[in-house]
Design a protein around this ligand. Sequence first.
Ligand code: NAP
Length: 240
Amino acid sequence: MRVLLLGGTVEGRQLAARLHPHVDVISSLAGRVPDPALPAGAVRIGGFGGVDGLRRWLQEQRIDAVVDATHPFAATMTAHAARACRELGLPHLVLARPPWDPGGAIVVASDVGAAEAVAEQRFSRVFLTTGRSGVKAFAGSDAWFLIRAVTEPDTDLPRHHQLVLSRGPYHYDDELDLLTRHRIDALVTKNSGGEMTRPKLDAAVALGIPVVMVARPPLPEGITTVGTVQEAAAWLAAMR
Ligand code: NAP
Protein backbone atom coordinates (compact mmCIF):
# COMPACT_ATOMS: atom_id res chain seq x y z
CA MET A 1 0.00 0.00 0.00
CA ARG A 2 1.28 3.46 -0.94
CA VAL A 3 0.21 6.36 1.28
CA LEU A 4 0.43 10.12 0.83
CA LEU A 5 0.85 11.73 4.25
CA LEU A 6 0.20 15.47 4.13
CA GLY A 7 2.39 16.69 6.96
CA GLY A 8 4.24 19.64 8.41
CA THR A 9 3.11 18.85 11.95
CA VAL A 10 4.50 16.86 14.85
CA GLU A 11 1.67 14.35 14.38
CA GLY A 12 2.62 13.94 10.72
CA ARG A 13 6.19 13.14 11.72
CA GLN A 14 5.05 10.74 14.44
CA LEU A 15 2.80 8.89 12.01
CA ALA A 16 5.54 8.69 9.37
CA ALA A 17 7.93 7.26 11.98
CA ARG A 18 5.35 4.69 12.94
CA LEU A 19 4.60 3.62 9.36
CA HIS A 20 8.09 3.63 7.85
CA PRO A 21 9.45 1.22 6.61
CA HIS A 22 6.49 -1.21 6.84
CA VAL A 23 4.24 1.03 4.76
CA ASP A 24 5.33 2.83 1.58
CA VAL A 25 4.67 6.37 2.82
CA ILE A 26 5.47 9.68 1.12
CA SER A 27 5.23 12.72 3.37
CA SER A 28 4.45 16.06 1.75
CA LEU A 29 5.48 19.41 3.23
CA ALA A 30 4.32 22.83 2.05
CA GLY A 31 7.88 24.19 2.17
CA ARG A 32 6.98 27.27 4.22
CA VAL A 33 9.87 27.10 6.69
CA PRO A 34 13.61 26.80 6.11
CA ASP A 35 15.18 23.61 7.48
CA PRO A 36 11.91 21.80 8.17
CA ALA A 37 12.03 18.84 10.54
CA LEU A 38 12.00 15.94 8.10
CA PRO A 39 9.78 12.90 8.63
CA ALA A 40 11.04 9.32 8.31
CA GLY A 41 10.71 7.81 4.85
CA ALA A 42 10.22 9.54 1.50
CA VAL A 43 9.52 13.27 1.50
CA ARG A 44 8.39 15.70 -1.18
CA ILE A 45 8.29 19.47 -0.64
CA GLY A 46 6.11 22.18 -2.23
CA GLY A 47 2.56 22.65 -3.52
CA PHE A 48 0.92 20.27 -6.00
CA GLY A 49 -0.62 23.01 -8.14
CA GLY A 50 -4.18 23.10 -6.80
CA VAL A 51 -6.74 20.27 -6.90
CA ASP A 52 -5.93 19.39 -10.52
CA GLY A 53 -2.23 19.10 -9.78
CA LEU A 54 -2.90 17.00 -6.70
CA ARG A 55 -5.27 14.69 -8.57
CA ARG A 56 -2.66 14.20 -11.30
CA TRP A 57 0.10 13.57 -8.75
CA LEU A 58 -2.00 11.00 -6.85
CA GLN A 59 -2.62 9.10 -10.07
CA GLU A 60 0.97 9.29 -11.32
CA GLN A 61 2.29 8.08 -7.97
CA ARG A 62 -0.35 5.31 -7.72
CA ILE A 63 -1.35 6.41 -4.23
CA ASP A 64 -3.80 4.07 -2.45
CA ALA A 65 -4.77 6.28 0.52
CA VAL A 66 -4.27 9.82 1.80
CA VAL A 67 -3.83 10.87 5.42
CA ASP A 68 -4.11 14.62 5.93
CA ALA A 69 -2.10 15.54 9.03
CA THR A 70 -1.63 19.19 8.08
CA HIS A 71 -1.98 22.05 10.55
CA PRO A 72 -5.62 22.56 11.62
CA PHE A 73 -5.56 25.99 9.92
CA ALA A 74 -4.26 24.68 6.58
CA ALA A 75 -7.83 24.74 5.26
CA THR A 76 -6.97 25.09 1.58
CA MET A 77 -4.77 22.00 1.50
CA THR A 78 -7.37 20.06 3.47
CA ALA A 79 -10.17 21.09 1.07
CA HIS A 80 -8.03 20.19 -1.97
CA ALA A 81 -7.18 16.76 -0.56
CA ALA A 82 -10.81 16.03 0.32
CA ARG A 83 -11.96 16.96 -3.17
CA ALA A 84 -9.22 15.11 -5.07
CA CYS A 85 -9.77 11.95 -3.01
CA ARG A 86 -13.53 12.11 -3.48
CA GLU A 87 -13.13 12.50 -7.25
CA LEU A 88 -10.66 9.61 -7.47
CA GLY A 89 -12.51 7.40 -4.96
CA LEU A 90 -9.44 7.20 -2.71
CA PRO A 91 -9.65 6.43 1.02
CA HIS A 92 -8.98 9.66 2.89
CA LEU A 93 -8.50 10.46 6.56
CA VAL A 94 -7.95 13.72 8.42
CA LEU A 95 -5.74 13.48 11.49
CA ALA A 96 -6.61 16.61 13.47
CA ARG A 97 -5.18 17.03 16.95
CA PRO A 98 -7.87 17.95 19.49
CA PRO A 99 -8.46 21.69 19.86
CA TRP A 100 -7.74 23.53 23.11
CA ASP A 101 -10.62 24.28 25.44
CA PRO A 102 -11.03 28.03 24.92
CA GLY A 103 -12.07 28.48 28.57
CA GLY A 104 -12.82 32.16 29.10
CA ALA A 105 -11.16 33.29 25.85
CA ILE A 106 -12.81 35.70 23.43
CA VAL A 107 -13.41 33.34 20.50
CA VAL A 108 -13.35 34.85 17.00
CA ALA A 109 -13.69 33.35 13.54
CA SER A 110 -10.70 34.90 11.80
CA ASP A 111 -7.57 37.01 12.14
CA VAL A 112 -9.66 40.04 11.16
CA GLY A 113 -12.09 39.18 13.97
CA ALA A 114 -9.14 38.99 16.37
CA ALA A 115 -7.92 42.44 15.28
CA GLU A 116 -11.43 43.80 15.84
CA ALA A 117 -11.53 42.26 19.33
CA VAL A 118 -8.17 43.85 20.21
CA ALA A 119 -9.50 47.26 19.11
CA GLU A 120 -12.86 46.84 20.88
CA GLN A 121 -11.27 45.73 24.14
CA ARG A 122 -8.62 48.48 23.86
CA PHE A 123 -5.79 46.05 24.50
CA SER A 124 -2.51 47.94 24.27
CA ARG A 125 0.33 45.41 24.64
CA VAL A 126 -0.53 42.29 22.69
CA PHE A 127 1.36 39.01 22.30
CA LEU A 128 0.49 38.06 18.72
CA THR A 129 1.13 34.40 17.88
CA THR A 130 -1.11 33.76 14.89
CA GLY A 131 1.82 33.08 12.53
CA ARG A 132 3.33 35.12 9.72
CA SER A 133 0.14 35.05 7.63
CA GLY A 134 -1.99 36.17 10.58
CA VAL A 135 -0.13 39.44 11.15
CA LYS A 136 -1.60 41.30 8.17
CA ALA A 137 -4.97 41.83 9.87
CA PHE A 138 -3.28 43.87 12.62
CA ALA A 139 -1.35 46.23 10.31
CA GLY A 140 -3.67 49.18 11.00
CA SER A 141 -3.78 48.74 14.78
CA ASP A 142 -2.50 51.38 17.19
CA ALA A 143 -1.60 48.84 19.89
CA TRP A 144 1.94 47.59 20.55
CA PHE A 145 2.57 43.98 19.50
CA LEU A 146 5.10 41.36 20.47
CA ILE A 147 4.93 39.30 17.26
CA ARG A 148 6.26 35.76 17.40
CA ALA A 149 6.54 33.79 14.17
CA VAL A 150 8.71 31.07 12.67
CA THR A 151 9.68 33.15 9.62
CA GLU A 152 9.50 36.86 8.92
CA PRO A 153 6.06 38.08 7.79
CA ASP A 154 6.14 39.51 4.25
CA THR A 155 3.13 41.76 4.82
CA ASP A 156 2.76 45.20 6.42
CA LEU A 157 3.35 45.07 10.17
CA PRO A 158 1.63 47.16 12.85
CA ARG A 159 3.32 50.53 13.49
CA HIS A 160 4.41 49.60 17.02
CA HIS A 161 5.87 46.13 17.37
CA GLN A 162 8.77 43.90 18.25
CA LEU A 163 9.35 40.81 16.12
CA VAL A 164 10.68 37.57 17.60
CA LEU A 165 11.51 34.76 15.18
CA SER A 166 11.46 31.36 16.87
CA ARG A 167 10.06 27.88 16.64
CA GLY A 168 8.50 25.79 19.43
CA PRO A 169 8.31 23.80 21.56
CA TYR A 170 7.95 26.50 24.22
CA HIS A 171 8.15 26.14 27.98
CA TYR A 172 5.80 27.42 30.66
CA ASP A 173 8.39 29.32 32.74
CA ASP A 174 9.78 31.06 29.66
CA GLU A 175 6.28 32.06 28.55
CA LEU A 176 5.47 33.42 32.03
CA ASP A 177 8.66 35.44 31.90
CA LEU A 178 7.98 36.73 28.39
CA LEU A 179 4.43 37.85 29.20
CA THR A 180 5.55 39.55 32.41
CA ARG A 181 8.68 41.22 31.01
CA HIS A 182 6.77 42.75 28.09
CA ARG A 183 3.81 43.76 30.28
CA ILE A 184 1.47 41.93 27.91
CA ASP A 185 -2.24 42.68 28.40
CA ALA A 186 -3.66 40.23 25.82
CA LEU A 187 -2.64 37.03 24.05
CA VAL A 188 -3.87 36.44 20.51
CA THR A 189 -3.61 32.83 19.36
CA LYS A 190 -5.12 30.38 16.92
CA ASN A 191 -6.79 27.34 18.43
CA SER A 192 -3.96 25.16 17.15
CA GLY A 193 -4.19 22.54 19.88
CA GLY A 194 -1.29 20.33 20.90
CA GLU A 195 1.36 20.61 23.59
CA MET A 196 4.17 22.36 21.72
CA THR A 197 2.66 25.85 21.85
CA ARG A 198 0.21 25.40 24.71
CA PRO A 199 2.41 26.90 27.50
CA LYS A 200 1.66 30.47 26.31
CA LEU A 201 -2.02 29.79 26.94
CA ASP A 202 -1.41 28.28 30.38
CA ALA A 203 0.86 31.20 31.30
CA ALA A 204 -1.72 33.79 30.15
CA VAL A 205 -4.46 32.08 32.15
CA ALA A 206 -2.20 31.88 35.25
CA LEU A 207 -1.45 35.62 34.99
CA GLY A 208 -5.09 36.54 34.36
CA ILE A 209 -4.24 37.89 30.89
CA PRO A 210 -7.21 37.91 28.48
CA VAL A 211 -6.94 35.56 25.49
CA VAL A 212 -8.34 36.17 22.00
CA MET A 213 -8.59 32.80 20.24
CA VAL A 214 -9.17 32.27 16.53
CA ALA A 215 -11.46 29.26 16.09
CA ARG A 216 -10.49 26.53 13.65
CA PRO A 217 -11.85 26.62 10.13
CA PRO A 218 -14.51 23.93 9.65
CA LEU A 219 -13.50 20.64 7.99
CA PRO A 220 -15.12 19.72 4.67
CA GLU A 221 -18.42 17.81 5.02
CA GLY A 222 -18.43 14.04 5.37
CA ILE A 223 -14.75 13.61 6.22
CA THR A 224 -13.47 10.73 8.34
CA THR A 225 -11.48 12.31 11.17
CA VAL A 226 -9.36 11.00 14.01
CA GLY A 227 -7.58 12.88 16.79
CA THR A 228 -4.50 10.76 17.44
CA VAL A 229 -1.58 9.19 15.59
CA GLN A 230 -2.55 5.81 17.01
CA GLU A 231 -6.05 6.03 15.52
CA ALA A 232 -4.64 7.08 12.16
CA ALA A 233 -2.26 4.09 12.17
CA ALA A 234 -5.17 1.78 13.07
CA TRP A 235 -7.26 3.21 10.20
CA LEU A 236 -4.45 2.41 7.76
CA ALA A 237 -3.85 -1.03 9.24
CA ALA A 238 -7.53 -1.88 8.80
CA MET A 239 -7.20 -1.16 5.07
CA ARG A 240 -4.39 -3.61 4.44
P1 NAP B 1 -3.01 26.19 3.18
O1 NAP B 1 -3.39 27.61 3.17
O2 NAP B 1 -4.05 25.19 3.47
O3 NAP B 1 -2.30 25.78 1.82
C1 NAP B 1 -1.97 26.67 0.79
C2 NAP B 1 -1.27 25.90 -0.28
O4 NAP B 1 0.00 25.45 0.19
C3 NAP B 1 -1.99 24.64 -0.71
O5 NAP B 1 -3.03 24.92 -1.62
C4 NAP B 1 -0.86 23.83 -1.28
O6 NAP B 1 -0.47 24.33 -2.55
C5 NAP B 1 0.27 24.16 -0.34
N1 NAP B 1 0.38 23.21 0.77
C6 NAP B 1 -0.07 23.33 2.05
N2 NAP B 1 0.25 22.29 2.79
C7 NAP B 1 0.92 21.44 1.97
C8 NAP B 1 1.53 20.17 2.13
N3 NAP B 1 1.53 19.53 3.32
N4 NAP B 1 2.13 19.61 1.05
C9 NAP B 1 2.15 20.23 -0.15
N5 NAP B 1 1.60 21.43 -0.37
C10 NAP B 1 1.00 22.03 0.67
O7 NAP B 1 -1.81 25.92 4.22
P2 NAP B 1 -0.57 26.81 4.71
O8 NAP B 1 -0.33 27.91 3.75
O9 NAP B 1 0.52 25.86 5.02
O10 NAP B 1 -1.05 27.39 6.07
C11 NAP B 1 -2.31 27.92 6.33
C12 NAP B 1 -2.45 28.31 7.77
O11 NAP B 1 -2.01 27.28 8.65
C13 NAP B 1 -1.66 29.53 8.14
O12 NAP B 1 -2.49 30.29 8.95
C14 NAP B 1 -0.47 29.02 8.91
O13 NAP B 1 -0.05 29.94 9.89
C15 NAP B 1 -1.04 27.78 9.55
N6 NAP B 1 0.04 26.80 9.73
C16 NAP B 1 0.67 26.75 10.92
C17 NAP B 1 1.66 25.84 11.12
C18 NAP B 1 2.31 25.74 12.44
O14 NAP B 1 3.08 24.83 12.67
N7 NAP B 1 2.03 26.65 13.35
C19 NAP B 1 2.05 24.97 10.12
C20 NAP B 1 1.41 25.05 8.91
C21 NAP B 1 0.40 25.98 8.74
P3 NAP B 1 -1.05 23.75 -3.94
O15 NAP B 1 -2.42 24.30 -4.06
O16 NAP B 1 -0.08 24.26 -4.95
O17 NAP B 1 -1.03 22.26 -3.83
